[in-house]
Design a protein around this ligand. Structure first.
Ligand SMILES: NC(=O)c1ccc[n+]([C@@H]2O[C@H](COP(=O)([O-])OP(=O)(O)OC[C@H]3O[C@@H](n4cnc5c(N)ncnc54)[C@H](OP(=O)(O)O)[C@@H]3O)[C@@H](O)[C@H]2O)c1
Length: 204
């Protein structure tokens, strides 16, 4: 598959969860994590999130270089009143995999598989670096098609969430991937003040 270089950024609790059972993610990590979150965006030609994360975190996907703002859905049911559609920034691309996305002013709609969308971003829109900020269902499919080149994690070992159905990086507990994906550590930084660690990995 010809596609952009794809990076992920996630915060993980001590028990490897990305969110509590209540579905709250923002606000439970540190100021340093928030700064890194924004720093990682600056290198991207495009940002990508699932519709669940867009809704839960009220994301507007902005950065100084105005990257493309991409959101994926199966149903294509995007809410036109969401702040994303009312905040200046890069061009908005909406992907509906099972149903074409609802038509919303000033957005580009796509109806294809995730893999085809990645190819299209690269070939038709010149995206070299695509940065994904969640959520877990999206990461699960990216891992299935083996399209994750880089993983940035904030290990927030100060918090335990528990929760039988609470998602980890590849979603709620479920089937194994067809084969494990392996990554090499490229960066490790411990932050004693916040009790967190920054980790970066590259596909081995
Ligand atoms: N800790 C962290 O760093 C972090 C990062 C990101 C998110 N989160 C948290 O994670 C939770 C959201 O997780 P989630 O798993 O629900 O999020 P998600 O993957 O962002 O959203 C799920 C929805 O996105 C669409 N989607 C996802 N994968 C798809 C695929 N392969 N093909 C087509 N559509 C796809 C579907 O939308 P439709 O329903 O429209 O079909 C699906 O219902 C939130 O609580 C959020 O705050 C935490």
């Amino acid at each position: 598959m010809v596609r952009p270089h794809l990076s992920l950024n996630f915060a993980l609790s001590a028990d490897g969860r990305i969110t509590s059972i209540a579905g709250i993610s923002s606000g439970w990590t540190s100021e340093a994590d928030q700064e890194r979150f924004h720093r990682l965006r600056v290198e991207a030609d495009a940002l990508l999130v699932g519709r669940g994360t867009l809704e839960a975190d009220r994301m507007t996907l902005t950065a100084p270089q105005n990257p493309l703002r991409c959101v994926i859905s199966r149903t294509g049911k995007f809410d036109p009143s969401h702040p994303l559609f009312h905040t200046p920034g890069g061009p908005i691309h909406l992907l509906g995999t099972e149903h074409a996305p609802r038509k919303i002013k000033d957005t580009v709609g796509h109806h294809s598989t995730l893999a085809q969308f990645l190819e299209r971003l690269h070939q038709d829109f010149g995206v070299e670096r695509l940065h994904c900020e969640g959520g877990a269902s999206l990461v699960r499919e990216l891992a299935e098609i083996d399209a994750i080149d880089e993983i940035h994690l904030t290990w927030a070992g100060h918090t335990l969430f528990g929760g039988r159905d609470a998602p980890g990086l590849t979603g709620p507990p479920g089937d194994f991937l067809a084969s494990s994906r392996h990554y090499q550590l490229t960066h490790f930084e411990s932050l004693t003040e916040s009790g967190e660690c920054f980790l970066s990995y590259r596909r081995a």
